[in-house]
Design a protein around this ligand. Structure first.
Ligand SMILES: [Mg+2]
Length: 281
């Protein structure tokens, strides 16, 4: 007997589901469609759990979230996906799993190298909420949500590029990577948005073994590339002017418009196609 197929949507936030003003209003039709068809919507971002919970609450989704670039998984207890989780700890209404290295470990290594070698950098751990606001432009409430980190540390590098390469090599011995984001250099463990996506798919597969999950991933930046490459259907959200990343995969589509409007159109098209081919039962 053929397995029942279901879509599992995994999405980046900034520049994908969210527009420049952090709004998802232009994606309302597609979001409503996902809700009606009970298609899970998994948020997968470099943001913290606290920042992402703000969006899951306003979107009304109970799906797991992948936070801090794959370093952390939060599974709402209400989702029923986990029964007696072993590697998770309990936090408010979620089961939380640090899938990579802990921020405490990352900070201890980075800060001892700073003391020993005199590297010039500063990061969120050195800053008060007010200083995070100053460096990011976030509101004070949003800065506090951005400060509650568990698996990554954003820093501003103020030393030479040559010394940055030495710093990177030293951290690599402990499995810590440096990833350049839009504004900050992120210190993080080996987990990424792709491993987070695979982990969430495995949770659904375990909870509903008779379903064949078809992962649809949407993203716009370099740090989304690996996530798009583990998806069954990859949707690249272009930037203004048409520039876009080029992941490899069996089914890669480029959305017709940037950000939220492109996200909306791509999801509606995929749902229409899947329903039309009767592949989605
Ligand atoms: Mg993005």
């Amino acid at each position: 007997m053929l397995a029942k197929k279901k879509l599992l949507v995994v999405t980046d936030l900034d520049g994908s589901l969210l527009d420049n003003s952090y709004s998802w209003q232009a994606a309302r039709p597609a979001l409503q469609c996902l809700k009606t068809l009970k298609i899970p919507l998994v948020l997968n971002s470099s943001k913290t759990i606290s920042e992402m919970k703000y969006f899951t609450h306003s979107l009304g989704t109970l799906a797991p979230v992948v936070a801090e670039n794959g370093g952390l998984l939060a599974v709402p207890q209400e989702s029923g996906l986990l029964d007696q989780p072993k590697d998770f700890h309990h936090s408010a209404n979620d089961w939380i799993q640090v899938t990579g290295l802990s921020r405490d470990f990352i900070l201890s290594r980075a800060h001892s190298l700073r003391v020993a070698e005199g590297y010039l950098f500063e990061g969120f751990a050195d800053w008060s909420d007010a200083m995070v606001t100053e460096h990011t432009g976030l509101s004070s409430a949003a800065a506090s949500r951005a400060q509650s980190r568990h698996a990554t540390e954003p820093i501003l590098w103020k030393d030479t590029l040559a010394r940055r390469a030495t710093f990177e090599r030293s951290l690599a011995k402990d499995g810590i990577r440096l990833l350049m984001g839009g504004r900050f250099l992120h210190l993080m463990g080996p987990a990424d948005k792709a491993s987070g996506t695979v982990a969430v798919k495995a949770l659904y597969q375990k909870a509903m073994p008779d379903v064949e999950w078809v992962v649809v991933a949407l993203g716009d930046s370099q740090n989304d590339q690996a996530m798009l490459e583990v998806a069954d259907i990859a949707v690249v959200i272009p930037h203004a002017g048409g520039r876009h990343i080029s992941p490899q995969g069996p089914d890669v589509r480029i959305a017709s418009m940037p950000a939220t409007a492109g996200w909306n159109e791509a999801i509606l098209t995929i749902i229409r196609d899947e329903l039309g081919s009767s592949a989605l039962l």
